[in-house]
Design a protein around this ligand. Structure first.
Ligand code: HEM
Length: 445
């Protein structure tokens, strides 16, 4: 396909196209592009990319014509770490794995996991002291890592937390380097960061293989995800998973299952601290629903205001700030030809702040979710923090439950205020993180 009819773009640099602008602040760069039209284009590392920013095109990309696309370069590159896990595998193999793993995320299973979510959150709430100054981004990472370790693998990650946590941080920060143009070449050289990445990967592999070995040896079914993975059999072929496949799925769930939720919680505490009226309403709901009793999984449906706060936080700071796909066939969006081999992006960050679809788009207004539900906004394709279609997040139900219960457990006892010197900016890596961390003061309520 020759592309004569190119969509609008912004001025590119002389070298490297739009790479520098993209790297400086990708969400804002995409937002700027989106002002030029519903389909726009840019060049990054020699590759032509398109941004689609109309609900119909997002539906087309993620649902109607999803078979014409595979994961974009970022997730292709993530195979180095995640192998052929759910997030990175494609087509029939992906569908088979998804079928086998889906039962672990059924509603009843999530209800069982929520006990552990509450237990870890209560533990953190009781460790905090009045007047503490804490790095809330790190605290949330520790909490969600412990929860994913426990609920999915029955593992006590806290014991290894230092080592595992450091390896994870190294891997996530190195990830940006893996995405640079020529990264494929760079990683073949014995550079310090390549070595650091390989060491961190080995640390994580060792932890995961150790967990798999112990479980195979004990033969115990503890009702967690790992037990299900070990027992899972494809209903059509009767195949079971090899240790390597189980490792890939564990690594995927480990990674996909904590950093996203942790960022969502960190941004939520930040937004609450900046919006005292919303914060007061959130606290009032916790006091009214929970009174002096223990927080229980059954409280979740009554924590509507808390859920709205989380929904609104993921509107403004969606942890998965963009979804990228590579076209494996020619396609067309809004009359523009998208040749095979192009990268196509749909950005939650951009769509969630588009003033055509949202009143007071840049403001934090949890009340908006009293008149429109998350489900309705999702069906309109203006809100998709967990993506859509066959590649949507398998952990969505897990994440909502975890997010609401953790906010409730911490928020019922503690009020968090931003430290005055704390600078706020986001850093769009795989997930949307606070660039300078999030130091907050903890006060007893
Ligand atoms: C606030 C929290 C979370 C957000 C915002 C989020 C977002 C997403 C998004 C946008 C995708 C699609 C990525 C793409 O298409 O390229 C995805 C996929 C995935 N997520 Fe999540 N996620 C969250 C929590 C979780 C949790 C808690 C788990 C597991 C316990 C999880 C496991 C996965 C997996 C395995 C996939 C790949 C699914 C597939 O392709 O079949 N996520 N997530």
């Amino acid at each position: 396909m020759t592309n004569k009819n190119l969509p609008p773009t912004v001025k590119a640099g002389i070298l490297g196209g739009h790479f520098l602008q993209f790297r400086r602040n990708a969400p804002e760069f995409l937002q700027k592009l989106s002002k030029l039209g519903d389909v726009t284009t840019f060049k990054i590392g020699g590759q032509t990319a398109f941004l689609v920013n109309h609900p119909e095109f997002v539906r087309d990309l993620l649902v109607t014509n999803s078979h014409k696309f595979i994961k974009g370069r970022a997730l292709q590159r993530a195979k180095k770490l995640l192998g052929e896990g759910l997030l990175t595998s494609e087509k029939d193999f992906h569908l088979r794995q998804r079928r086998m793993i889906q039962p672990a995320f059924h509603r009843q299973r999530i209800a069982a996991y929520s006990e552990a979510m509450i237990e870890f959150a209560e533990k953190m709430a009781s460790e905090w002291q009045d007047g503490d100054e804490r790095d809330i981004d790190r605290e949330m990472m520790r909490l969600t890592l412990n929860i994913v370790g426990k609920t999915l693998f029955g593992a006590n990650v806290e014991d290894d937390a230092q080592e595992v946590g450091q390896a994870m941080t190294t891997i996530v920060s190195m990830f940006n380097l893996l995405l640079l143009p020529f990264a494929e070449l760079l990683e073949k050289l014995p550079l310090p960061h390549t070595r650091k990445f390989n060491n961190a990967k080995k640390t994580l592999d060792d932890v995961i293989y150790k967990i798999i070995d112990e479980r195979r040896a004990s033969g115990e079914d503890t009702g967690d995800l790992l037990s299900m993975l070990l027992a899972a059999q494809d209903e059509e072929s009767g195949a079971t998973m090899t240790d390597e496949q189980i490792r890939d799925e564990c690594m995927t769930l480990f990674l996909a299952g904590h950093e996203t939720t942790s960022n969502a919680l960190t941004w939520t505490f930040y937004l609450l601290s900046q919006n005292p009226q919303s914060e007061a309403k959130f606290h009032a709901e916790l006091d009214a629903v929970l009174k002096d009793k223990f927080l229980m999984p059954e409280d979740y449906p009554n924590l509507k205001c808390t859920e709205n706060v989380l929904a609104e936080s993921m509107r403004l700071f969606p942890p998965a700030w963009t979804v990228g796909r590579l076209a494996i066939e020619d396609h067309e969006f809004g009359g523009y030809e998208i040749p095979k081999g192009s990268l196509v992006l749909a950005s939650t960050y951009v769509m969630h702040r588009d003033a055509r679809f949202w009143d007071n788009a840049e403001q934090f207004v949890p009340e908006r979710w009293e008149t429109v539900s998350v489900k309705e906004a999702g069906q309109e394709f203006i809100y998709f923090p967990f993506s859509k279609g066959v590649r949507s997040c398998i952990g969505e139900g897990f994440a909502w439950t975890e997010g609401v219960l953790l906010l409730a457990a911490l928020g019922r006892r503690w009020k968090l205020s931003l430290m005055p010197e704390q600078k706020i900016a986001h850093q769009a890596m795989i997930t949307l993180r606070p660039k300078y961390g999030m130091k907050m003061r903890i006060e007893k309520r």
